[in-house]
Structure formats: C-alpha cells, structure tokens
Design a protein. Sequence first.
Length: 104
Amino acid sequence: MRIYNGFATPEPGGRVVLVNGAELSPRHDLRNHSPDGFSWGYCGSGPAQLALAILTDYKGAIFALRNYQHFKAGCIAALPMDEPFTLTGESIDLWCAEHARSPL
C-alpha cells in the first residue's frame, strides 16, 4: 500500500511530500506547472504538480496525464491548506473509481 504524506517545511512556501517515506518526484519531465514545488488546498500550479506526481507514481504516466487536473480540483484542492495531509492508495483508488475520466 502506498501512503503519501505532505507537510510544510520551515522555509517560506516550503512543502515536502513523501511516498512511503521517500521524497516524491515532482515529474517535471511530464509537465512543469510549478518549478517552486508542491502545494495543496487550492486550484493552482503547485497543486497541479502534486496531482500529476501522485497519480503518475500511483497509476502511471498515461493515466496521470489524462486525469491529474480533475484529481487536482476534486482531491488536492480540498486538502487543508498549510496543514499536513495523508492520502492512501485506497483513498486514491476510491477517487479514481468515482471520478476518473480515463479508466486505464
């Protein structure tokens, strides 16, 4: 089971997201929405990068590229801004089953 944990760092605007304890790659190779890093709690470039990174890690690049903007709006933007979060693979599976635009 994959577990994603996000938290703020002491630096202004600093955010770190771990997957099973290792730092999550932002996947700028697929899309570069936010060179400044991840964010959550609103619909913007940092949340778009996070949504892309999580879905790519969990479901693969093709699925992620087809669904990450919708995942951002429906899941990442709903996370409490500036507070730690945890997303499990199970919660991502539930979101995908109900909302994904491409079932790949």
